[in-house]
Ligand binder design. Structure first.
Ligand SMILES: *[C@@H]1O[C@H](CO)[C@@H](O)[C@H](O)[C@H]1NC(C)=O
Ligand SMILES: *[C@@H]1O[C@H](CO)[C@@H](O)[C@H](O)[C@H]1NC(C)=O
Length: 189
């Protein structure tokens, strides 16, 4: 909490020093934010999974009889496809949203969310955006992320178990309908 507010203070100070305007978010569309958070949080999830050693395995199930009375041997699966691992990653991924801020592109007025700092460097796009302040904690980016992950955890786990590509597109647009097809952007910020 203390860390969070000092980060906000730093951001605010940065914005004032740079003479950028801060827009109040009261009128911004929740659906648009939800979509942007869906896209960003699934991309963060993919990055965590990709950074995990794919040669690690875990044994799951087994040591019991199935309903037909056959011995059910434990299965060895890659760690990155195990439900326990994936659900732990999903439980923590929303913390990453603390690094993101809402902004509006000065060039075209489109809402976006970006990471303030990327690989230890200030995001070069910062000066092209007007920033939007969070109204209250319930509407923080983390809050949107937690609501998406809470509702769709099982579905998201399944995609990672199937090692699907572009999960953000399949999930955020096609399965959950969180994003209308036009909102998601292919660009990496
Ligand atoms: C708005 O501008 C930004 C950067 O200038 C660009 O990345 C984004 O795709 C644009 N959005 C639309 C809807 O044109
Ligand atoms: C935030 O959400 C909680 C629980 O849903 C609720 O009790 C609280 O009143 C909300 N706060 C605001 C400022 O909306």
């Amino acid at each position: 909490m203390i860390l969070q507010s000092s980060i906000s203070l730093i951001i605010f100070t940065f914005l004032c020093v740079n003479g950028q305007s801060v827009v109040n978010d009261a009128k911004l569309d929740n659906q648009e934010i939800r979509c942007l958070v869906c896209d960003a949080s699934v991309k963060e999830l993919t990055a965590i999974v990709k950074a995990t050693d794919s040669s690690k395995t875990v044994k799951i199930g087994g040591h019991r009889l199935d309903p037909q009375g056959n011995y059910d041997a434990p299965k060895t699966v890659p760690l990155t496809q195990s439900e326990i691992y994936l659900s732990e990653v999903i439980d923590t991924v929303c913390n990453k949203m603390d690094d993101y801020v809402r902004g509006i592109w000065k060039s075209n007025g489109t809402l976006t969310i970006i990471k303030m700092v990327n690989d230890g460097k200030m995001n070069p796009y910062m000066s092209e955006l007007d920033f939007v302040q969070d109204e209250d904690l319930n509407r923080s980016l983390k809050y949107y992320c937690e609501s998406i992950m809470g509702e769709w955890e099982e579905n998201i786990i399944k995609y990672y178990q199937e090692q699907m590509d572009n999960i953000e597109e399949t999930f955020c647009i096609h399965e959950s309908g969180i994003c209308p097809p036009k909102l998601i952007s292919k660009s990496e910020l």
